[in-house]
Design a protein around this ligand. Sequence first.
Ligand SMILES: *[C@@H]1O[C@H](CO)[C@@H](O)[C@H](O)[C@H]1NC(C)=O
Ligand SMILES: *[C@@H]1O[C@H](CO)[C@@H](O)[C@H](O)[C@H]1NC(C)=O
Ligand SMILES: *[C@@H]1O[C@H](CO)[C@@H](O)[C@H](O)[C@H]1NC(C)=O
Ligand SMILES: *[C@@H]1O[C@H](CO)[C@@H](O)[C@H](O)[C@H]1NC(C)=O
Length: 524
Amino acid sequence: MASLIAVTIFTLITSGIVAADKPCAPRQIEKRSVVCVCNATYCDEITRAEPASGKYVAYTSSEAGSRFKKHEGEFTSYYKWNEGASHTLVIDLSKKRQTIEGFGGAVTDAAGIHWSNFSSARLQDYLINSYFGKNGLEYNMLRVPIGGCDFSTHFYAYNELPWNDGQLTNYTLAPEDFNYKIPMIQHIKEVATADIHIVATVWSPPKWMKTNEKPSGPGVIKNEFMQTYADYIAKFIREYKKHDIDVWAVTTTNEPQNAFLPFTRFQDLGWTPGKMGQWIINNLGPTIKNSSDINHVKILTVDDQRFTIPLWFNVMVAKHPEVLDWIDGIGVHWYTDKFTPAFILEETVKNHPDKFVIATEACEGSMPWQTEKVSLGDWSRAQSYIHDILEDLNYNLVGWIDWNLCLDKTGGPNWVKNFVDSPIIVFPENNEFVKQPMFYAMGHFSKWIPRGSVRLDVEEQKGLLEKSVDHVAFLTPRNTIVVVLHNTGNARNIRVQLGEEHTVLALEMASVTTLEFLAPSISS
Ligand SMILES: *[C@@H]1O[C@H](CO)[C@@H](O)[C@H](O)[C@H]1NC(C)=O
Ligand SMILES: *[C@@H]1O[C@H](CO)[C@@H](O)[C@H](O)[C@H]1NC(C)=O
Ligand SMILES: *[C@@H]1O[C@H](CO)[C@@H](O)[C@H](O)[C@H]1NC(C)=O
Ligand SMILES: *[C@@H]1O[C@H](CO)[C@@H](O)[C@H](O)[C@H]1NC(C)=O
């Protein structure tokens, strides 16, 4: 009897190690999907299973409440006609598209304030592990504001005093860097499974550098401070390096069009295409790329909505073609994607094949008609993330960086009350945080499409009247093929075909599925 108990306990322990997933602790939100609750003693985890030869491992999340539900199946080499799948995705190994840089979120002051305010160190670990750890989403990118942004508790920049200090003699990081952002990033680096590539961005420099001498509104850099502003960015890279934090890329300023829009309330800096072109060529480019210590840092321009590519980026390049000698790529924000065709992105890549495009900011709940800023358990917000990421990846973007890693139930703090949603919402009063459907939406990409993955073409074969299933496929450095499928309608079967091998996958109603299987050795 004792030995039987011992064997049973042993079996439980070992099987626990093999299938180490800790399921979502669901909380059903009325009329919506579930959120997964993490508290000081429990937080869900997901491990990636190595697919066996001839088999696939699939992971499904759905409106009905599945979260990374793992299932396995086989590929067969003969065609079974009775499986009820008239719809086939044929994966094509012959053409290789863009190479993936990564997926991530932003360490804003708001995120750092919430993370450091958790009363329990376990809860802090759970939040970081959930996003970056081996049993989490394995994010490998971050965006970090240089100074404050709207998700700060007040306006601030570095070297605000003395006024007109063109030599930046009083440049020191802010309490927000020391108390929130640097500790959070250092913790992230400890648990991350890959190098974290950080994109750093200025919203506004100190007021004295700007023509309007105000945090926001139609101000541009004063001509006498063009070099000072480039130095301001370079100094940030060097200050963070002192804390062992490497910046991978800087952007040329957050959303430079905002300054000319009447309704912008938060800090900004305006740029006309002509003036920015001059600044990149004469100041920012040489300051970074001709330095001996930070010349590896990439320069991304635009960092604004998709539609500003034809209206602004193409104008800048037409006026100052030498800009292309200094920049590495373009950052795009998602806020107008629903109203702007994605082929704009394709044109950019075609015209500048040596530059890459990456999504640098996205969040739900920002639109004026979205009166509910944080919408708990909202599957439709997960769907808009999935839809946008799939679209961007299919138009050759190399990565997708979400906005605040966490916010509170109001969608803040934000000093101009520009509240929005986040994949993680904190409830410090209950000692817990919840993972929204958007969290799992991100994970379906970030965990299974590591840096270095290459996109593959997929041919969709279907009946004329059948609704298509949005999808994307990658060949990963693990020599596996990963397919992400988004089913927005009823439950259906879909065939996935590679060469002579097929499998039929049952997709849940309103669900996202990530499928992984070994790439045939002949393809490599
Ligand atoms: C934490 O969550 C777990 C799993 O849902 C639950 O069993 C436990 O009671 C919770 N602890 C507290 C203090 O709420
Ligand atoms: C330098 O900046 C600090 C704030 O960081 C400010 O208190 C101080 O007055 C500034 N020094 C000068 C000489 O303006
Ligand atoms: C930057 O470096 C390049 C190549 O080393 C050199 O040709 C160019 O003159 C430098 N530009 C400036 C502005 O220092
Ligand atoms: C910090 O956490 C406490 C509960 O532990 C909460 O009452 C307070 O509002 C939190 N502060 C912020 C800035 O969110």
